[in-house]
Design a protein. Structure first.
Length: 223
């Protein structure tokens, strides 16, 4: 998967597979998620061992997908979803000394959710709906201007990001399976929290439309 900002991901699904006989019986499928940046994916070279940010992404991805898979169809089974971030969501040509990576993680998670949904469909694993990720952010585009909300932000294109919200959304069921909020919103403008979430859901809906169209096109080619 490639995003407009240069984000590139690779996703594989292993399973459903039988768990070892020594594993305690589980009436539901056991989901495991693993997100790892390639060493060359970001400006600063990554370690071959997962760091805290990659573990956070894995936890949020698992939460987003846990409510999507129809788990009771595969008792005592497991499925592993492994995502490699080949190129991170950063502007490598930017000369500004900015901490864009913390905000770029929101876009990475959003894309991980969407590409995992596509991979689950391709693997034939039944889900209650097609989940997709979306991001909305409160940004300041130029110094001295009022903050505004944008969807699917590219950190390098804005002077400052004040807050961001990443949602995983099921459009048919109108359910949010994961919500990740970072940043601060002035206490006098609490309505911005709700507005950010609503815009994040809108971004998820747009991503879902593209995802479903792509899955339908793939199914027609395979027919």
């Amino acid at each position: 998967m490639t995003g407009a900002s240069g984000l590139k991901l690779s996703c594989t699904v292993h399973g459903p597979r039988a768990l070892p006989k020594s594993t305690p019986f589980s009436p539901h499928i056991i989901l495991s998620t693993h997100v790892k940046y390639a060493p060359f994916a970001t400006k600063q070279r990554r370690s071959y061992l997962r760091d805290s940010s990659e573990r956070d992404l894995s936890v949020h991805l698992e939460t987003a997908l846990r409510g999507v898979i129809i788990a009771d169809r595969w008792p005592k089974s497991g499925v592993d979803i492994i995502i490699s971030v080949i190129e991170g969501d950063q502007d490598r040509g930017s000369l500004q000394d900015r901490d864009d990576e913390a905000w770029a993680m929101m876009n990475v998670l959003s894309s991980c959710i969407t590409v995992a949904a596509a991979a689950l469909s391709d693997a034939g694993i039944d889900c209650v709906d097609t989940v997709a990720g979306g991001v909305a952010a409160l940004v300041v585009s130029k110094a001295g201007t009022r903050p505004s909300i944008v969807i699917d932000p590219i950190p390098s294109e804005h002077d400052r990001i004040l807050a961001a919200c990443c949602t995983a959304y099921l459009p048919m069921r109108q359910e949010v399976t994961n919500l990740w909020f970072k940043g601060e919103v002035p206490a006098s403008e609490n309505a911005l929290y709700q507005e950010l979430v609503e815009n994040g859901i809108q971004a998820s809906r747009l991503a879902n439309q593209v995802l479903v169209a792509s899955l339908n096109e793939t199914a027609q080619r395979s027919a």
